[in-house]
Ligand binder design. Structure first.
Ligand SMILES: [Zn+2]
Length: 82
């Protein structure tokens, strides 16, 4: 019984964590969308939003980021979809 409630608590915390991250991402997205730039697909070192080629240094930084982290374009600040 004690173990069971411990698992429930973990699941609950995880759900809250996900909800919080989604809210932050949504807020970031809306802030960027209001400026005309929201999200771009990173394709062949090129930002899908502004079509600028991302420099080697910035690209290396983006590549080093965890997949669930939010990468942004150094030129237009669009969220980069990797
Ligand atoms: Zn860009």
């Amino acid at each position: 019984m004690k173990l069971r409630s411990g698992i429930d608590l973990l699941v609950q915390q995880r759900a809250q964590e996900v909800a919080r991250t989604d809210a932050e991402l949504l807020e970031l997205y809306e802030k960027k969308a209001s400026r005309g730039v929201a999200v771009g697909r990173l394709l062949n070192r090129e930002c899908g939003a502004c079509r600028m080629t991302i420099g080697a240094t910035a690209l290396a930084e983006i590549s080093a980021m965890p997949q669930d982290d939010i990468a942004t374009c150094p030129d237009c600040q669009a969220i980069l979809v990797r």
